[in-house]
Design a protein around this ligand. Structure first.
Ligand code: UDP
Ligand code: MG
Length: 340
């Protein structure tokens, strides 16, 4: 049999588990307990890379406490809250593993599925994608909007973004290195993940409800993410604006013609004040929408040209192997961390 991973070293492969954390103090103890149990049953060595995304509820202190007595934990603290997409980028950049698994801290992605994912990777997959079969504990609105959004997104861009998948996935080193080459600042991760391609295996799972804590998404946040996704991965909305404008203009022209005919040939010159107001409001709305869409793209271009880093780290904390059990070392790292 040929080795599916010629790039894999002879030493036992290392798994990196990336965990973005933003105010998850309530679930972290349970999370650690469950992930420890899973990793204990795996023959591989693993590192846990926690990315603290500017929590203010003591989540980072809890992880620091945990890494004092567990050598395979690393904590990357960001300088403030940058959002999950940036936290994931930070985690991926700090992971050293031959395979990287992204796992939410809130236990909505069951860690017990990791052995299955690793098995698929060892069988040759570069990406093991976890697709939700069900979403426990999520509102009707969230489910319906997610459904509509993915269908719309996939109609508008050439990269097919798989339906009902989140960030929960395994990526080989090859896939991670590919991902790190995408240096854009607008990091719509699901889109970026899809863009790199690579041999992919899809596993389905039941998404659990959060055991504790609260979701960080509200309706506005989700609408923002949806707009971000649409405008990051396609310019089709610009075309929609053109098409809608053309349609509205044609309807207006036909209507105007009809009025002229009505007045000159049929001699019926009714004053059309209310219809005028309706038409003006309608066209004004369409124009504003077109401008808004255009603005999204101009804004994106503006942000990209600034070349700002995707995130800044406050520090990276890990236990020094030589003095395990003693105080963890803290790498002061106030320098800019360039986005991959
Ligand atoms: N998260 C983060 N930064 C943020 C928001 C969320 O790192 O600004 C983390 C959060 O701690 C959790 C994961 O991203 O581990 C998913 O967040 P959440 O459960 O709120 O999202 P949902 O599962 O509802 O999509
Ligand atoms: Mg969640």
């Amino acid at each position: 049999m040929t080795d599916p991973h010629p790039h894999m070293p002879a030493t036992p492969p290392l798994l990196s588990i990336i965990v973005p954390v933003y105010n998850e103090r309530a679930v972290l103890p349970l999370f650690l307990e469950r992930i420890r149990e899973v990793l204990a049953g795996l023959p591989h060595t693993a590192e846990l890379v926690f990315v603290d995304d500017g929590s203010d509820d003591g989540s980072d202190a809890f992880v620091i406490q945990a890494l004092r007595c567990q050598a395979n934990i690393r904590l990357v603290r960001l300088s403030r809250n940058f959002g999950k997409e940036a936290a994931l980028t930070a985690g991926i950049e700090h992971a050293r593993g031959d395979a990287v698994i992204i796992l939410d801290a809130d236990l909505q992605d069951p860690p017990e599925l990791i052995p299955d994912m690793v098995q698929r990777w060892e069988a040759g997959a570069d990406v093991v994608l976890m697709q939700r079969r069900s979403r426990a504990g999520e509102s009707w609105f969230k489910r319906a909007s997610a459904y509509a959004f993915y269908r719309l997104l996939n109609r508008t861009c050439r990269t097919t973004i798989p339906v009902d998948t989140g960030d929960f996935r395994l990526m080989s080193r090859r896939a991670v290195d590919a991902l790190l080459r995408l240096g854009e600042r607008n990091r719509y991760m699901k889109g970026l993940f899809a863009w790199i391609g690579m041999p992919t295996v899809v596993l389905t799972y039941d998404r659990d409800a959060r055991p504790a804590g609260q979701t960080k998404w509200d309706v506005l946040g989700l609408v923002g993410l949806a707009l971000e996704g649409l405008t990051s991965f396609s310019v089709a909305p610009l075309r929609w604006a053109t098409v809608i404008g053309l349609l509205a203009a044609s309807v207006g022209a036909i209507f105007g013609l009809w009025i002229v005919i009505k007045a000159t040939i049929l001699g019926d010159a009714t004053a059309g004040y209310p219809s005028l107001v309706a038409i003006i409001t309608f066209l004004g709305g369409i124009q504003l929408m077109g401008l808004g869409i255009l603005g999204e793209y101009v804004g994106k271009t503006y942000i990209e040209t600034k070349q700002r880093p995707v995130y800044l780290t406050r520090d990276v904390i890990e236990q020094h192997r030589a003095d395990a059990g003693r105080a963890p070392i803290q790498t002061e790292d106030s320098s800019y961390v360039e986005a991959g």
